[in-house]
Write a protein that binds this ligand. Structure first.
Ligand SMILES: [Zn+2]
Length: 148
């Protein structure tokens, strides 16, 4: 599909390799990974994503937080679809790399939660599109933490 590694709005260096995540269950899963139990902060992140982002386009989450399966990927990137990602979403599964897991802002966690809760993908250049759901949500999440 040609989604290139990208840099997110705000230029956070963590996000030089990014995110996306739009795949169907028929596609083979990503790198070796292990199921993890989401920490309480991720539930709070999901509530935040719902309130500030997802509820603007959905009446209720496509996948509720409790149904989402989280996986930790043992590495810096998820290699899938010929690209490298920091986070990855497939239906009710979210894959997170070490940089995504280490980010105290939980930007990638929130981004993937937005995918899962809305069931929506985005264009490959979402990070260059102010005023769109995924761009605005990312910037809002950064602002929550005091910005740069
Ligand atoms: Zn995405």
């Amino acid at each position: 599909m040609g989604d290139a590694p990208v840099q997110a709005p705000g230029g956070d260096s963590l996000m030089r390799v990014l995110v996306l995540a739009f795949l169907f269950a028929c596609v083979s899963p990503v790198e070796p990974s292990r199921r993890i139990v989401p920490p309480p902060a991720w539930k709070q992140a999901a509530d935040w994503v719902w309130e500030h982002c997802a509820s603007k386009v959905r009446e209720r989450p496509i996948v509720s937080f409790n149904r989402i399966q989280f996986y930790a990927v043992d590495g810096e990137v998820v290699k899938a679809r010929g690209e490298r990602w920091v986070g990855y979403w497939i239906e009710d599964r979210i894959y997170l790399t070490l940089p995504a897991l280490a980010d105290p802002k939980l930007l990638v966690v929130k981004h993937e939660l937005l995918h899962a809760m809305t069931g929506m993908a985005h264009s490959a250049d979402w990070y260059q599109r102010p005023g769109t759901l995924f761009w605005d949500c990312w910037v809002k999440a950064e602002g929550e933490h005091g910005g740069t």
